[in-house]
Each structure stands twice: as C-alpha cells, then as structure tokens.
Design a binder for this molecule. Structure first.
Ligand SMILES: [Fe+2]
Length: 398
C-alpha cells in the first residue's frame, strides 16, 4: 500500500500551482483561447475539486462541499461524478470570480491538511498521490494554455513567471545515431514508485534493429525543411496531415513568425524573440513531425523503441535530451498495454477511456514539473495538437 503524502509534500505541489498563476491578472485567468485549452481559473478550481471530490468526500465524516455548484462546474470528464460544464465553455465562467476560486483552494487545503495530519486519508493514500500527480499535469497544462492565450494577443505579452520555465537548452551538435540490435525487450513501469495505470503492466515487445538520434531536431534543421518546400510537398505528408496543413494554412510551426528583417521569430513564455537555430524545435503536431522525419530520410520512433533506449540512457552518455526539453512524438497509437486494467470507479476514467485517436509522446518538457516524469511515462495527444511542448527525435530502422 502506498504511503500517505505528508502535509509538507501536499503543500509544496499545491503552492507551486498558485505560484504559476501569480503573475497573471484576473482577466488572464478567465479567458479560454480555444476549446482545447482551459482558463487558468478553471485549472485552479478543477485541481482543488479533484481533492474535494475524491479524497475529502471519502474521508471527512461530516463532508459538506465548499459550494455544491462546483461539483459540475469543475468536473472535467468524470461521468461517474455526474454532470459536467461543457469544456469549450469554460472561458464563459466569469463567475465564480477568481477570488472565490482561490478561497475554494484555501478551504480544500485546510481540510486536506486536517485529513493528512490525522491519518484519516490513509485509506485513500493512492488517490492523494494521484491527486498530486494530477495537479502537476495541470501545472504544465496551465503553462501551455496560458502561452497560447498570450500568443493570441497582438501585444505578444510575456508571461512574467517565465523564469519558472527555463529557456530550452541548446542542442548538442552534431547529430549522431545510437543503434540497438533486434531482440525481445520489456517496457512498462517497474519498481515501487508511482506510475499511472496506463504504464502497466510491464510486458515484452519484440524490436527489430533500430537507431535513435542522439539528440532532438533543432529549429535550424526544421527551418531548412521549410526552406526546402517541406510544407508544399504532399508526398512528405500523411493524407490526414496534408488535409490539416491545408485547412490550417500552416506553413511553419505554431508560434513562429517571419520578422520584418526576414528572420524567424518565435513566441515564447518570455515574449517574442529571435528564433534560436540551435534550440530544440517545439510546438509541432504529429503531422509536422512525421513529414519532417520523412523528408530527412528517417522516421519517428515507436514508444517501445524510445522507452527501451531511455531505460539505458544513464549508461549511454551520447544519448541526450531525453527528458526535460520537449515531449517527443512517437509513431505509436495510444493503446492499452496487454493486460491493461483501468482502476475501479470514477478514477478508472483517468486514462483508459482516452485510448483512441491519440498518439504517445515521451520524455517530458521544460514545462513538466521536476521529478514528474520517468522512462515509462506515456503522454498522449491527438495528431493535430501542437500547443503542447512537443518536438522531434528521429529514428531509423536497421
Ligand atoms: Fe484533470
């Protein structure tokens, strides 16, 4: 049985969320820039709702919700919990005011401190741990969503907390290849530490000989793909990807724009700046990643190839940028591992029901909270998603 997090561990995660929101105005916190993104205020409310709904309701003898209306308002996708406010309309919630949502968080935190200190939450320790991991996932989403919102503003404002998301580290040159021979390998979580249900069970996979690029694709390399007409050649694109490129009128990555001097600029959490040709490429869709890989005579790795390599990374010093730079698209559909079982009750809705029409990303980004990722971690998004911190590591067969 998992140990109950200490009040200190709980507070550290919860306070970081508030710190990420602190540089934002109440207006920044309310607006929803697109249906896929959520307002900061909603992230703040929803992460408190998770603890109130799944921990406090289970272990407070005299449980009373902070506000009965919040049960539906901040329910993301849990049918077992009941009604949900429609996701595309989260930005219409001018009420409750930000101050009231912050009061909600403070109330939940006080009550959580009580049940953690008294041991009342011991029976749901696994859910408390999940709640903290969930909150860390939303910390990254808060940043990706606020970045998209600020980019939509013609003033191109900087997120004042940009120091909490360090600029991407320059990519080590030159690109080399690390090879593996064929064989049966094991993937999936191993050990006693936390993992999500979608990382289990650990199982065997047969891999043909493959090689992974020792580093990520850079902005400069991707600019060469654009210059070579990469966005104009349907032969490089998946059919659905070509349709997406045309429907969007896409000719470059999401946050790039051509400056008056003809040089590429990039919108970052620190505002608009000149594109760093040596930094890892970020904010591409699976379609773009796949087209770039084809253009360069390579392909995207499968998630099993990526994980097998990452598990050995400490011994392979030349394999760099596996974690903490950008999420790396894989060609693997987000599917259940053989023998996968979702957890019981509402918590079972956390991962399993999303295993359709999405692709797995590996590695974690500069916006992923420290210590949140691991080699077996499976992130997942639709092929068209590019507002996440997603980039490319190339693979080759043979
Ligand atoms: Fe959530």
């Amino acid at each position: 049985m998992r140990a109950l997090p200490s009040p200190h561990e709980y507070r550290a995660v919860r306070e970081r969320t508030l710190a990420l929101a602190a540089p934002l105005s109440a207006e920044d916190c309310c607006v929803q820039s697109m249906p896929d993104a959520s307002p900061t205020k909603w992230h703040l409310g929803h992460t408190a709702w998770f603890f109130e709904t799944f921990v406090l309701a289970a272990c407070e003898p005299d449980f009373r919700p902070f506000d009965a209306d919040f049960r539906a308002l901040f329910n993301s996708y849990y049918h077992a919990v009941g009604a949900r406010h429609p996701r595309p309309q989260r930005g219409l919630l001018t009420r409750p005011a930000l101050a009231r949502v912050l009061d909600y968080r403070a109330d939940v935190d006080q009550r959580m401190a009580r049940v953690l200190a008294s041991g009342q939450a011991a029976a749901v320790a696994e859910v408390v741990v999940l709640g903290l991991q969930h909150e860390q996932q939303h910390q990254e989403l808060l940043l990706t969503d606020i970045k998209h919102l600020l980019w939509c503003n013609p003033l191109a404002p900087a997120y004042a907390g940009a120091d909490s998301v360090p600029p991407l580290r320059p990519t080590p040159a030159p690109l080399a290849w690390q090879s593996w021979s064929a064989g049966v390998v094991e993937i999936g979580h191993v050990g006693q530490g936390f993992c999500y249900d979608n990382e289990l069970p650990r199982h065997r996979v047969y891999l043909e000989p493959y090689a992974l690029a020792t580093r990520l694709v850079t902005n400069g390399e991707y600019a060469a793909f654009i210059d070579a007409g990469g966005y104009a050649d349907p032969a490089l694109w998946l059919s659905e990807g070509w349709d997406w490129r045309n429907a969007q009128g896409r000719e470059h990555p999401l946050y790039w724009q051509c400056g008056e001097d003809g040089a590429w600029q990039e919108f970052t959490l620190g505002g608009r700046c000149t594109l760093d040709a040596h930094a890892p490429l970020v904010h591409v869709s699976l379609y773009e990643a796949d087209a770039y890989a084809r253009w360069s005579g390579a392909r995207l790795p499968t998630e099993a190839e990526w994980e097998h390599a990452a598990a050995q990374a400490p011994k392979l010093v030349q394999l760099s940028q596996l974690e903490g730079d950008v999420w790396q698209w894989t060609s693997s559909s987000y599917s259940p591992y053989p023998g996968f079982q979702a957890g019981p009750g509402a918590i079972g809705e956390y991962n399993g029901k999303f295993m359709v029409n999405q692709y797995v990303l590996r590695g974690g980004s500069s916006a992923t909270p420290a210590g949140h990722g691991r080699a077996s971690y499976r992130n997942f998004f639709p092929a068209s998603a590019c507002w996440q911190f997603s980039g490319i590591r190339l693979a080759r067969s043979g």
